[in-house]
Every structure is written in C-alpha cells, then in structure tokens.
Write a new protein. Structure first.
Length: 72
C-alpha cells in the first residue's frame, strides 16, 4: 500500500477528463473587463476596435515577447 499526502494526493479538479459547467459569471466579468480597458484607453482595445490591423516589422519588434533562455 502506498499512501500519498499533501500535494501528491490526487486532485479531482485537475482531472482533465472531467466535464464541468462553466462559471456563469465568466461572460459578465469579461465584458466588464473589456469595458474598463476601453475606459482606460488601453492600446490592445484600440487595436481590436481598428479591426486588428497587421503590425509592421518595426511595430512587431517593439512588442514581441522576449525569448526566455532555458537554464541547463
């Protein structure tokens, strides 16, 4: 017999085959989040409002994610 304790125990919430109903507040929370972003004038909302235009190479270079080097 093998006894698991602490974080090693099976977590039913992480069972990827389990089907769960979505949180009923997700859509209203997302809409409220977008409304707040629009009120703050965030750039990503303006980009979406403009039809998601393609970035130039220079614009992409300015915003592209930084590559993280793996430690060996």
């Amino acid at each position: 017999m093998h006894v698991l304790s602490g974080q090693a125990q099976f977590d039913d919430r992480r069972n990827s085959s389990m089907v769960r109903a979505p949180d009923p507040n997700v859509v209203p929370q997302f809409i409220a989040s977008c409304r707040r972003a629009r009120e703050r004038g965030e750039e990503w909302i303006a980009w979406i409002d403009n039809g998601c235009p393609e970035l130039t190479v220079a614009e992409y270079e300015a915003v592209k994610p930084k590559r993280q080097l793996r430690k060996r």
